[in-house]
Every structure is written in C-alpha cells, then in structure tokens.
Design a protein around this ligand. Structure first.
Ligand SMILES: *[C@@H]1O[C@H](CO)[C@@H](O)[C@H](O)[C@H]1NC(C)=O
Ligand SMILES: *[C@@H]1O[C@H](CO)[C@@H](O)[C@H](O)[C@H]1NC(C)=O
Ligand SMILES: *[C@@H]1O[C@H](CO)[C@@H](O)[C@H](O)[C@H]1NC(C)=O
Ligand SMILES: *[C@@H]1O[C@H](CO)[C@@H](O)[C@H](O)[C@H]1NC(C)=O
Length: 560
C-alpha cells in the first residue's frame, strides 16, 4: 500500500490533474486510513469478544487462520498449568479426595479417599503425556484404592468422576487394572438402585451396597443426578458383556419417558413413592417441585439424552426423540435476549407452564451451547457450505442458538473485572438499564467451572472457527492471573467482579478433569478423540462410541 502511494511522488512536475483526493486531504490517506486499519486489526486480533456473532443462519465461515499464533505453545502452557496444580496436590494431599491449596492439605469425602482427585485426573495425565505422574497415579489405583469402606457417597458424583475416570482411562491405556476397579465400584453403586421405584437413591453405602435417600427435598433425588449415570453403566455392560448395569440405568429413563412433561422439560426433583402409591397412581407424583432449569439439577439430563443416542451409534432413536422434544421446549419457552445488546440466554421457569422467563442463568447452562452444536451435526465437522446446507432446518437452528449462547457465556467472562465468569448471572430485560449482565453478590464466586471452555472446544471442532480458540486463550489467561496460587495449585475465587477477587481454600477436581482438559484439547492440532468416535461424559471423561451387540443392548433400540 505504502509503495503505491510513494510512486505518486514522481508525478510532482506533471500538469495538475483532477485528483480523487485534493492534495490538502492526502493526510487522510497517509494517517487516518492506516489508523483505521490498525484499529480493525486490533479488533480482530486482540478483542475477540467484539466479534460479531453468527446470528444469521449463514454458514459460520472461519476467520482467516491466526497464523501468527503458536497454538502448540499455548497448549504447552495449559500443560504447565496442569503440572502446577497436580504437583501441589501430590506434595500436600496425595491420596485424598479433595485438595485445599491455601492450607496445603487434603481431605476425604468419607472415612477414606476413594480417588476423587486421582481417578478424575488419570485420563488428563494420559492425554498430556505426563508419563511419570500417570504411572504414580496408576500405582496408587492398583495398590491403595479400596472401595470397601463403610461410608456414604453420592451416586452421581461417584459415577461421573470415579467410574467415568476409570472407564475412560481403561479405554485410553488398555490397562485391565482400571476395568477391574470399575467393575468393583459399579457393583457397589448398584445398591442405590434397590429402591421401590425405577429411580435410584441419591447416595449409597459402598460396603453395605445399600441406597440412602437424599437428606433434603423430602428425600427426593435430583432429576439430573439419576439421569446422568447411563453412559458409564452402559459402557461397562458393553465391556463386560453383563447387561445388569445397562438394564438398571435404562429403567430410570424409561420411567421418565412415561411421565408427563411439558414440551420435554422436566422439574428438577424426582421422588420415591412407594410401590402401592405408584400402583394407585402410576403416572403421577413422581416429579417433585416445579422449577424448570437447564442449570443446577436439570442440566445433564438433557446432555445425556443426546449423548446416549450418540454413544450407541444412533441405534436408539428414543433418546433423539426425547432430546429433540426437550430442545424444542427450550427454544420456545426458555430462550430470550438481553437488552441492550441482544445476548441470547436460556432462563428458568417457576412452573412448567409459566409464560414469563426468569432471566437467571447458571454458568452450568453453558454446556448447552456445545451440546446443541454436537446434536446438530452428531459430531461431524462442517467443512464446507455444502456440509452446512445438508443440515436440517432444525439442526441449523440448534447450531445458531448454540453459537449465540456460547457467545453470551464468553461475555460472562469478558465483562467482569477479572475476566472470569461468576457462578450465576441475571440478564437484563429492562429498557432503561445499559448493562446486559447483572451479578448478585451471593453469586459472584467462581469455582473455575468447565462448561464454557467445553462449549468452546466442541464449537471449535465442529465449526473450525478460530475465534473459539482465541476466546479460550483469553479465559485461560484470566485463570492464570487470578486463580493460580504461588505456593502451588489453583483456588476457587470469592468474587470475580473485584480485584483482587479473594481466594477460597479449595481446588475442585473438575479443574483438573475438565477445565484444563478441554483447554488442552481446544489448542490441540491433532484432533485426538474425534467427536464422531468418542462421547465425553459430563465430567469430561471420553468414552468410545460403540455398536451394541445382540446380547448386550438394553431395550432402548426397540422403543419408538
Ligand atoms: C484420605 O484418604 C486417603 C486414602 O485412604 C489417605 O491416604 C489419607 O491419609 C486420608 N486423608 C485424610 C486427611 O484423612
Ligand atoms: C511422551 O513422553 C515420553 C517421555 O516422558 C516421550 O518419550 C514421548 O516421546 C512422549 N510422547 C509424545 C507423543 O509426546
Ligand atoms: C477405545 O476406544 C477406541 C475407539 O472406539 C477403540 O478403537 C479402542 O479399541 C478402545 N480401547 C480399548 C482398550 O477398549
Ligand atoms: C424477553 O425479554 C424481553 C426484553 O428483552 C421482555 O420484554 C419479555 O417479557 C421477555 N419474554 C419473556 C417470555 O419473559
């Protein structure tokens, strides 16, 4: 550009001609235009949050490749962060379920540790090729891990973190040690299913193999908890050839399928009525309470409907039907836009038939952006306009809502003082206010949750739009700046809206199992764990997609 203009100097002595820009305005070209160009470049390269979202139904065309960015180097920085977290745990809390980085100690959920941190981290260690660390963790599982304890554990948390971690690590490493531990654990967890209904109890005593009702909500179980066990138990049936695990977890979904739902949406608690009570009134009273949310206690019900369909190679259409119906309900009843910037959000309903949406959104809801994209293509990458056009109208709509929701989730980070998202936000629907997002003091903490980077990873894989990588990097930098603890480990934060945000003395296991794993995969160039071969459980443990055999395939395949 400069060369072209400097050539014009040779024309000084030629007769004056009608210039497009009179001489006295040439400064426009020399100064203002380059400034504008620099500013545009700044917007594109450094301020990804300002990018216009793919709000139309257009093919989300990739931005020009960020060739100046060394993604491999960024991926190595995520690996370093993992080592910073892990080495502190190993030093201060080895064998314990949970780690407290400020007091530099560990604690257990029951009388002794059952591998919440170690087992939850195994597959990340494996993927990051931290071979020495992996070997030590593997030896702990083989020599120290013992599930025969007289203690009560939460069925859902233990399934997704420990059973899921053992199963995915078995798949990645092929080491039978993990499979035999998984079988032992699952046999104990099955005790929770000895309830009078198809709905398992919330907790289980591992030695006695007996279920225990929740200590709140009249002993009801969370809907999401009892419907987020299926991927793990079904994969175990597939591996062992024993269909008892599959049968148990499938019954719960069949039961829910038989209950009345409004547009596929479900209340967040589910009760254990006695057999006689349920015989009198077989189709009533199982759900408890009426709040509808895609956040806490609702979220992964919807996630696992889709993933069950994907896991068994799309042989069980009933799950796709239930999922599509629910997403239709989300679109018609829960989606709204904030003011003034029209950020899409998925709100809550006080009652399934309420007509006004509570504009509250948990960070947990941010899984849905990636999930909608995964459902739209069933894991395939959209590589061309033709791929995009081949999607059904409904899938294109899901993809649009998924990308818009993920943009809102990114904004939950980029609009706070620390660049980190709070636990819950309220979207503004009031014309007189200028802030799209409001954060209440009670909700302003951060546990370093994974859902947003999970969606960034899935959207990157599916759309190949590099902006998702840029957003992920910005989020990672904020974690590094505020959550990293100089003595080792990372901590949860008290208030993301102030600097410094204040620390909480805990490092959640999902920071290792999910947040850092998804960031590592987001910056990975080799497409390890392709989304049409693997399905991630809700704790980010990758389980392979398989073809159910004649002997072990549950009953889902035959239901309409
Ligand atoms: C927690 O359990 C592990 C494994 O049994 C044990 O090594 C550790 O000492 C326990 N820690 C505490 C604080 O009880
Ligand atoms: C993994 O690490 C080992 C040494 O710890 C090294 O020999 C090997 O090349 C690494 N593999 C990959 C894929 O980076
Ligand atoms: C893990 O899953 C992959 C993908 O389905 C499969 O090829 C591999 O054989 C599995 N590994 C084991 C140990 O089952
Ligand atoms: C959606 O938000 C608008 C303001 O942006 C508000 O006027 C409207 O009532 C909301 N819709 C529902 C169903 O809550």
């Amino acid at each position: 550009m400069l060369a072209m203009y400097s050539n014009n100097h040779n024309d000084e002595n030629e007769p004056p001609r009608q210039a497009f820009f009179p001489r006295r305005y040439r400064f426009l070209i020399r100064i203002i235009f380059p400034l504008i160009a620099v500013y545009l470049l700044y917007l594109i390269v450094y301020r990804p949050e300002n990018w216009i979202p793919n709000t139309s139904t257009e093919f989300p065309s990739p931005l020009p490749h960020g060739s100046d960015v060394n993604w491999l180097n960024r991926q190595q920085q995520v690996r370093k962060a993992f080592q910073h977290a892990w080495s502190a745990y190993e030093r201060d809390a080895w064998g314990c379920d949970e780690y407290h980085p400020i007091s530099q100690r560990g604690s257990n959920l029951t009388t002794q540790g059952i591998g919440f941190t170690i087992v939850d981290s195994l597959d990340t260690l494996f993927l990051m090729n931290l071979t020495d660390e992996f070997r030590r963790a593997r030896d702990w599982v083989a020599n120290e891990l013992d599930f025969d304890i007289d203690g009560e554990v939460n069925l859902f948390e233990t399934t997704i973190r420990v059973l899921g971690g053992l199963l995915s690590t078995y798949n990645l490493s092929g080491d039978m040690e993990f499979l035999s531990k998984a079988v032992d654990l699952a046999d104990r967890l099955l005790g929770a299913f000895l309830s009078p209904t198809a709905i398992p109890y919330a907790s289980v005593n591992l030695r006695r193999k007996s279920g225990i009702q929740a200590h709140f909500a009249s002993g009801a179980s969370s809907t999401s908890e009892v419907t987020t066990l299926q991927l793990e138990f079904k994969y175990l049936s597939y591996l062992t050839g024993d269909e008892k695990y599959w049968k148990k977890v499938e019954e719960t979904i069949f039961k829910i399928d038989s209950l009345e739902r409004v547009d596929g949406l479900v209340p967040i608690y589910i009760r254990h009525v006695s057999v006689s009570e349920s015989l009198d009134n077989p189709n009533d009273g199982l759900f408890w309470g009426s709040r509808i949310t895609l956040g806490a206690r609702g979220d992964s019900y919807y996630e696992y409907l889709l993933k069950q369909y994907i896991q068994t190679s799309r042989t069980e259409p009933m799950y796709r039907r239930m999922y599509d119906q629910a997403m239709q309900g989300v679109k018609t009843r829960l989606v709204n836009y904030s003011l003034p910037s029209k950020l899409l959000f998925v709100g809550e309903l006080l009652h399934p038939t309420s007509t006004s949406i509570i504009p509250k959104m948990d960070h947990l809801v941010c899984f849905l952006g990636g999930s909608l994209a995964l459902g739209a293509t069933e894991g395939r990458t959209i590589r061309s306009k033709e791929d995009y056009s081949a999607l059904s109208k409904n899938s294109r709509e899901d993809l649009r809502i998924g990308t818009e929701l993920t943009k809102s989730c990114a904004q939950m980070y980029f609009t706070t003082a620390t660049g980190l998202a709070p636990e819950i936000v309220y979207f503004n629907t009031d014309k007189t206010s200028m802030d799209d997002l409001n954060i209440k003091p009670m909700d302003s903490h951060s546990l370093l949750r994974p859902e947003t980077v999970e969606s960034l990873f899935i959207l990157w894989r599916i759309t190949r739009n590099v902006k998702y990588r840029h957003w992920g990097w910005k989020i990672f930098e904020a974690f590094e700046k505020y959550a990293k603890h100089e003595k080792g480990g990372y901590t949860s934060l008290d208030d993301v809206t102030t600097i410094p945000p204040g620390r909480r003395d805990k490092m959640e296991t999902f920071w290792l199992a999910e947040t850092l794993k998804y960031l590592y995969l987001l910056f990975d160039d080799t497409d390890v764990l392709p989304l049409d071969k693997y399905v991630f459980n809700t704790e980010a443990h990758p389980l392979p997609i398989f073809m159910p055999s004649e002997e072990v395939r549950g009953a889902g395949w035959s239901r309409s």
